[in-house]
Design a protein around this ligand. Structure first.
Ligand code: URA
Ligand code: SF4
Length: 479
């Protein structure tokens, strides 16, 4: 029996590929967890197969995403279990994952779910505390995840809080973002969540310890080393890291140079001794001028509903009447929404209803019948663009982190669905099923109530309305 120590998911992937290429069966090998703290430049004890050794090594993408999640699970048996499943997919049953009653599949999907839930918890519950060091602001948080998810979640925080220096300390490992690069370091052992002052002290010790020459060298290499030299680096392990970093860097450049100078984040005051609540956020949002949409609108229309709502509805932006009233979904679209909620058996007062963009975007067209100011002009709704959504999104992020009991997120229409699930979402394809998003494991997308108002004829209107009702009822069942 061969025994191999596995350090992390990438390591498992390399080892598993070699074993499969050498026709080693799961019964001939045991994969052990390497739970020692790894120094950055330790040599990988496994022989690294070069990719050319294994032309055309393909696994179903579903397996890959499952394996990435299960790789973060704390159970020591995960590497063996994953290898057995991969071996079976390769040698016995390519559609293994579709056999839901299979013991391996059952166990893997259960572990995947646990990791996803833990991932969601970390995204939702990490709270930063501001620390000032050498006249610079740092934000520091302590979190104790159930599983080894720090590297899975860190890119999410680097996107959300790209303009802040932050560190998340956890018992397994810690991660620091300096507005450019994510750096992982050792964990900090704590029995329970440290109190504010302790946390600050813990971070200061950690901060001092990460400034050793090796880390500075890596940082410098990552930012300075031209791509053509990468292949000459002795530390080949760094290369996947650098490559993995590339898309995020591009995204960040876009955010910095093509976005608005400001985002809603600049208007969210974070204080170390007070957690923002929904009413406090609403007050802050009332003064938001991060993008030009506030200029032509009457007021910020913040979300409304109880902080303990389990279902959250996310629309696009306030309409004409919402802009005047200051509350979401109170105009004609709101009436359709109310009817659909009622038919789906949902009580609106128990839900949190909000929009991804908080100011009404419109253009003025001549319309003699209306007396609303400016006289003789009608305000015609305009879709917010990606930059406006990006500028406003931090308000929704902040709302979401207050909604501690939210279990289900329903996106109404393509604008919010795209903001939450990424570009290219087709409502007709994705509606009527559970999707998973950065925010919520149970994310649903459905028609915007305005789409029902705009339907070209009664038949189309009725069928869309029925679909909206069905989707709301489905989301309700999931709670
Ligand atoms: N449409 C929306 O998306 N939100 C509202 O609040 C009103 C209309
Ligand atoms: Fe701020 Fe959003 Fe209004 Fe823009 S639309 S000013 S980001 S609240």
């Amino acid at each position: 029996m061969q025994t191999i120590t596995i350090k992390d998911f990438e390591d498992w992937r390399r080892v598993a590929r070699t074993l499969i290429a050498n026709a080693t069966a799961p019964s001939e090998v045991q994969l052990f967890e390497d739970d020692g703290q790894q120094a950055l430049f330790t040599e990988n004890p496994q022989p690294l197969p070069s990719p050319s050794d294994q032309p055309g090594f393909h696994v179903p993408s579903r397996f890959l995403s499952l394996a990435e999640a299960v790789g973060c699970h704390r159970a020591a048996a995960r590497w063996d279990l994953l290898f057995r499943a991969l071996w079976r997919i390769k040698n016995e049953q390519r559609n293994l994952l579709e056999i839901e009653t299979d013991d391996d599949v059952l166990q893997l999907t259960k572990m995947e779910k646990q990791v996803r839930r833990d991932t969601h918890k970390m995204k939702a519950f990490v709270r930063f505390r501001k620390v000032v060091q050498d006249a610079e602001e740092f934000f520091v948080a302590w979190h104790q995840p159930d599983h080894r998810i720090v590297r899975r979640v860190a890119p999410f925080f680097s996107r959300r809080f790209s303009g802040m220096n932050w560190t998340i300390l956890t018992p397994d490992e810690s991660v620091t973002w300096d507005q450019q690069t994510l750096d992982y370091g050792r964990g900090v052992t704590r029995g329970q969540a440290p109190q504010s002052d302790e946390l600050e002290e813990l971070w200061r010790t950690y901060y001092a310890s990460i400034f050793n020459p090796a880390r500075v060298k890596i940082k410098m290499m990552k930012s300075e080393m031209p791509v053509r030299y990468w292949k000459n680096l002795p530390e080949t392990e760094l290369i996947p890291d650098l490559l993995a970093d590339a898309p995020r860097r591009v995204e960040q450049m876009i955010e910095r140079h093509e976005g608005f100078d400001k985002t809603a984040d600049d208007f969210i005051k974070r204080s170390s001794d007070q957690v923002n609540t929904l009413p406090v956020l609403k007050q802050m949002a009332a003064g938001c001028t991060a993008c030009h949409l506030h200029c032509e609108a009457t007021q910020t229309v913040f979300g409304s509903g109880p902080a303990n709502a389990r279902i959250v509805l996310l629309g696009e932006q306030p309409g004409d009447q919402e802009d005047l009233a200051g509350d979401p979904f109170v105009g004609p679209a709101g009436q359709v929404l109310d009817d659909a909620l009622h038919a789906a058996g949902l009580d609106r007062t128990a839900l949190y209803v909000t929009n991804i963009v908080k100011h009404f975007k419109h253009t003025l067209i001549s319309s003699p019948e209306t007396s609303r100011p400016p006289r003789g002009k009608k305000r015609l709704h305009q879709k917010p663009n990606a930059r406006e959504v990006r500028a406003c999104r931090p308000w929704f992020d902040a709302e979401w982190s207050c909604l501690r009991e939210a279990e289900t997120l329903i996106c109404l229409g393509a604008t919010s669905a795209t903001a939450i699930l990424g570009p290219g979402i087709k409502l007709a394809d994705k509606r009527g099923q559970v999707c998973s998003s950065d925010y919520c494991q149970q994310t649903f997308v459905t028609w915007h109530p305005s789409a029902i108002l705009r339907a070209p004829n009664t038949a189309a209107r009725e069928s869309k309305m029925q679909q909206l009702i069905d989707d709301l009822a489905l989301a309700n069942e999931a709670v």
